[in-house]
Structure formats: C-alpha cells, structure tokens
Design a protein around this ligand. Sequence first.
Ligand code: HEC
Length: 146
Amino acid sequence: MITFEKILYIMKNISFLFAILLLMSCQNEKKEYQKVEEQNTIASNFDPLEAKKLMETHCYLCHSPSAEEKQGRIAPPMVAIKARYIDKEGYNKAEFIENVKAFVAHPTKEKALMYGAVKKHGLMPKQVFPEGSVEKIATFMFDYQI
Ligand code: HEC
C-alpha cells in the first residue's frame, strides 16, 4: 500500500535529484563562460595604445605625419604607405602585416613599392627594432586611422 510517508519520501528524493542536476548545469555554464573569457583575452592581447607608442617611438622619427618636408621629414607619412599598400596594391590585413614586416626586416629596392619615395629619399635604412614591435605597429596601421 502507498502511504503518505512513502510519497513524501519519493518526492524528497526527486527534488534532491533536481537540485543536483541544477547545480551541475550551473557549473557547466560557468565552464563555458570561462572558456569564452579565455578566448577573449587571447584576442584582445593586442594593445593598440602600446602599438601606437611603438610606432611613434620607432617610426615617426622619419615617418612623421605632420612635419612638412622642409621641417625635416625624410620619409613618406604612414598614411601614404597605407594608401600605397592597401588602396593601390589591395593587400588584406595579413598581407599588409607580412609585407611591412618583410620590408622593414630587410629593405631592398626590389621589395619597395614606393619607387618615388626611394628615388627622393633613398631606400629606408635597415634598422633593428624590438622583437615583435613591427608586427604590432603594422596591425595598428591597418586597423586604425593614422
Ligand atoms: C631612419 C628613417 C626611417 C625610420 C626610423 C623608419 N623608416 Fe620606413 N622608410 C624610410 C624611408 C626613407 C622610406 C622611403 C623609401 C623606401 O620606400 O624605402 C621608408 C619607407 C617605408 C615603407 C614603404 C616601403 C616601400 O617602398 O614599399 C614602409 C612599409 C616603412 N617605411 C615602414 C617603417 C616602419 C614600420 C618603421 C618603424 C618601425 C619605419 N619605417 C621607420 C625611413 C625610415
């Protein structure tokens, strides 16, 4: 015979099971959330302010955006390089970064696209920049208005 106590006992057990299930699903959600958060940290590892500073420190010496030629600018401004590489050559982001890196690592007349600038200012001198900085600078150049 099913007594009231038996029903109560069964119901208690069922609610206990539900509580456990609920707890488990919450933890799963938490894990998912953590995963998404981790991925976001990797993606946002790029710090545009740091990249901008690197560019100003290492490139603006010659590629100054504001200085007039007579004030001593000795290389085309970065916007001109962007226009040449992206608008005219049609480089996508990966190609832009690769080509800027390749040129800066070892500038040659064959690699140079800005023939006019080479003629006018001479080839960009080969220089050593901090590890990884040129990639950050090129990423910044591509992604942001400069
Ligand atoms: C000592 C001066 C100087 C510095 C510093 C300098 N450049 Fe240049 N750069 C030049 C000159 C001059 C040219 C134009 C002639 C040429 O294209 O080689 C040039 C051209 C370039 C070009 C276009 C190359 C082409 O013709 O296709 C890129 C890209 C470039 N520079 C990137 C950089 C980056 C990135 C930095 C900073 C990490 C930098 N430069 C720092 C002098 C400099």
